[in-house]
Ligand binder design. Structure first.
Ligand SMILES: [Zn+2]
Length: 436
């Protein structure tokens, strides 16, 4: 019975996601909001439509393949069949099981990743990745992912085995500490994939340092990240719980005007000043607590595992069950966390606008959207569920309102049309959204 319910839940999740895509489609035909009509000219607009269609078709195929594989694994109890192939002690069996599943799923994903980068992104001029970087990225993420997930998994299993239901409490503490550690290690972890060089001396650095001194906000350093090794898109982000690190993509530093970059930095600086990273972490703790309590419940009902061919409770499979049944709750969490995130984005934009960078920020945001072929008219429901940043049109309206009531004069005249992470202009459907 549980097996049938789980399969139904999985199918419902896929239908739900399909409905969201269709909802977004209905908005493509609608006229663009007034304040973003100048972002795309006719040629760029038709390029955007083609890009959108290509990505949509591709991700539909990808979703279908992954759903079929998951359903086959579940219907034929393949998880348990693979698990019982190993005949060592429990810990070794689990490690081998995780290893096999992670490596196989990575191998299945490679053709999709390849097509996404070297066919679609290439066609629209976004791709800068070489085959070497592409392969190295896959290996690095695989190794890193395996280390992190195996350690976390073994700790959770040990705590539940040793302390029974009290294990829920210890697991919550362990996972929260673990997430804090990952947060503190975010820069060293990112350095595995990217090179960060301190922003060189000059007009730009002086303007940025002045802003920090004016508000007495301690910034560890301002870095330039070599994003151009992979893409033509530009982004920026602010990280760190106490001392902040701000990173600007080289695509931003090399191609945008000083005013635009300072405006983007002022936005990042707003996040640092209002301590957004620290504030948003509380909600992620709450999320962890709910998920671990749910995991505890699943572990107390052996049928979740036995109906899929296991002789007893299987910790790894319990995680799989958790991800499969928690999607309605996850969507609720996303609704709240994205709402919080969008509020923080408005605050960061507001800070930049009050500093007199409103028009420069609007100019930078428009250009970033244009260069990344961003969807300027997403469906409001999709925005609520999936967007950690307000839409471009919403941001412009809010920035203009603040600039007006504040009476600030634009810091510069720009007549040209022009990230945990940050000034993010990419919509979720582009699959490129970074987060703080
Ligand atoms: Zn932001």
């Amino acid at each position: 019975m549980i097996k049938i319910l789980l399969l139904i839940s999985y199918v419902c999740e896929n239908i739900f996601n399909f409905v969201l895509v269709k909802l977004n489609d209905t908005y493509v035909k609608k006229p663009l909001p007034e304040n973003v009509r100048d972002v795309y000219d006719e040629e760029k607009y038709s390029k955007w439509i083609n890009y959108r269609n290509d990505t949509k078709k591709f991700s539909a195929i990808q979703t279908l393949v992954s759903a079929l594989i998951t359903l086959i694994l579940l219907i034929f109890n393949l998880h348990s069949k693979i698990f019982y192939l190993f005949n060592f002690n429990t810990v070794v069996n689990y490690i081998l099981f995780i290893l096999v599943f992670t490596i196989v799923s990575t191998i299945i994903s490679i053709p999709f990743e390849y097509y996404q980068n070297f066919v679609i992104e290439e066609k629209y001029g976004f791709n800068k990745t070489t085959i070497k970087t592409f392969i190295l990225d896959i290996i690095k993420s695989l190794v890193l992912g395996l280390i992190v997930s195996t350690i976390l998994f073994l700790v959770v299993m040990f705590l539940f085995e040793k302390f029974g239901n009290l294990g829920i409490l210890f697991t919550i503490i362990a996972v929260i500490l673990f997430s804090l550690a990952i947060n503190l290690l975010s820069m060293p972890l990112m350095r595995i994939f990217n090179k960060f060089t301190p922003l060189e001396e000059g007009e730009l650095r002086d303007s940025l340092v002045n802003l920090c001194e004016k508000y007495n906000v301690k910034i560890k350093d301002i870095y330039v990240m070599d994003a151009s090794r992979r893409t033509t898109r530009a982004n920026a982000f602010c990280t760190g719980l106490v001392k902040k690190t701000v990173s600007l993509d080289d695509n931003l530093v090399n191609n945008y005007t000083v005013d635009e970059i300072v405006a983007v930095f002022a936005h990042e600086f707003g996040h640092a000043k209002y301590k957004h990273v620290l504030k948003s972490i509380w909600f992620s703790f709450f999320r962890i607590i709910i998920l671990i309590v749910a995991l505890g419940l699943i572990l107390n009902i052996p049928q979740f595992c036995t109906e899929f061919g296991f002789n007893e409770v299987n910790y790894y499979f319990a995680f799989t069950v958790l991800t499969m049944i928690s999607w309605p709750v996850s969507n609720l969490f996303n609704l709240v966390s994205n709402k919080i995130s969008r509020t923080f984005e408005y605050q960061a934009d507001g800070f930049a606008a009050k500093e007199g960078y409103g028009e420069a920020l609007i100019s930078a945001l428009k250009r970033l959207s244009k260069d990344a072929l961003t969807n300027l008219n997403p469906h409001p429901v999709v925005v609520k569920l999936e967007y950690s940043h307000p839409t471009l049109s919403e941001r412009i309206t809010a920035i203009r309102k603040i600039s007006k009531t504040d009476g600030t004069q634009p810091n510069s005249e720009i007549n040209n049309q022009t990230i945990d992470n940050e000034i993010n202009i990419d919509s979720k459907e582009d699959n490129t959204q970074k987060e703080e």
